[in-house]
Design a protein around this ligand. Structure first.
Ligand SMILES: Nc1ncnc2c1ncn2[C@@H]1O[C@H](COP(=O)(O)OP(=O)(O)O)[C@@H](O)[C@H]1O
Ligand SMILES: [Mg+2]
Length: 306
């Protein structure tokens, strides 16, 4: 469906994308996860044909994409990071305008606009001017505006930034329904929770480089541990750290110790030792690693802080 081969894009000294390759099958819900400045928007603008790469190639359904190759564009929908709607028009008028730009008219245009307004859960408000909408409501209309022509491939560039939870859920459900009906979606975000919840495969990017790619489970196998134990940091645990270090590797985090079990050992042995030492279970917290842990492992920094 979408093939990106060895794409590099520079802005002066900045390498916004560094030899990125990627291949998407039809029907995927694909995540681009990375902090601000990672290159997500740049990649989407190249796929949308708004800019040309310095080197490498992009094709959609076998057809080369670029500023001089307009052909696959009605195959494509693009939800830009910045809202691109007219504040002085109603939601319905905005959608009719976008629908006409995509070549829709008459009965079909009306039906698609109405359907989109219902999907956005904003049909009742359709005649209100956009400037009376909350940020989250505008975002919902922004998504609808980009799918009126039923593109095979939809690019969503951080569509939920600054959005209230209700609108966020409405956007998620809407996109998941479109995907279930066969639309291929590329979704960029710096929220690992969104990538985890929505995406069948995820690429982690930072400083223009693709650092890892796969399903959530595949990605998490890059981590040197499969479970993470946090140990509360207090006088009692601090006094016993030496004894617990026999069972694994312990690192000091801000408010806790992080424990990684030594290969070949069992957690049961570790917890038995902790019990022997008189440390109550409530000091321990086991959790599955997350994409946040993976990002930290790959880059040495937190997704959130950047
Ligand atoms: N038009 C531009 N001119 C100069 N630098 C740009 C331009 N667009 C993006 N960049 C730079 O390229 C890098 C990637 O930016 P971007 O693709 O917007 O990242 P993201 O969307 O992941 O936050 C950043 O360092 C950014 O400053
Ligand atoms: Mg961006």
């Amino acid at each position: 469906m979408l093939t990106i081969e060895n794409v590099t894009k520079r802005f002066g000294e900045i390498v916004a994308l560094d030899r990125v390759s990627l291949s998407l099958a039809r029907g995927e819900f694909f995540g681009l996860l990375g902090p601000n400045g990672a290159g997500k928007t740049t990649l989407m603008s190249l796929v949308a044909g708004l800019r040309a790469p310095d080197s490498g190639s992009i094709s959609i359904n076998g057809q080369r994409v670029g500023p001089n190759a307009m052909a696959p564009r009605h195959e494509l929908g693009f939800v830009p990071q910045a809202i691109a709607l007219y504040e002085e028009l109603s939601a319905e008028e905005n959608l009719r305008l976008f629908g006409k730009l995509y070549g829709l008219a008459g009965q079909e245009l009306r039906a698609r606009v109405d359907h989109g307004l219902h999907a956005a859960q904003l049909f009742e408000r359709r005649q209100d001017k956009l400037h009376t909408y909350s940020g989250g409501m505008k975002r919902r209309i922004n998504v609808v505006a980009s799918i009126l022509h039923r593109p095979a491939l939809l690019l969503c560039d951080e569509p939920t930034v600054g959005v209230d939870p209700q609108s966020r859920n409405a956007i998620f459900e809407f996109l998941q329904r479109l995907n279930a009906d066969g639309m291929t979606i590329v979704y960029s975000t710096h929220y690992m929770e969104e990538a985890t919840r929505l995406c069948s495969r995820i690429a982690i990017i930072d400083h223009g480089r693709m650092l890892a790619l796969g399903t959530l489970d595949e990605l998490l196998t890059h981590l040197p541990f499969s479970e993470l134990v946090r140990i509360a940091r207090n006088d009692r645990t601090t006094a016993q750290m030496q004894a617990l270090a026999e069972y694994g590797e312990i690192t000091k985090a801000e408010d806790a110790y992080l424990f990684k079990l030594r290969d070949g050992l069992r957690f049961s042995a570790f917890f038995a030792a902790a019990e022997e030492l008189g440390l109550p279970y409530r000091y321990f917290n086991i959790r599955r690693p997350t994409l946040e842990d993976l990002f930290l492992h790959l880059t040495g920094k937190n997704l959130r802080d950047t």
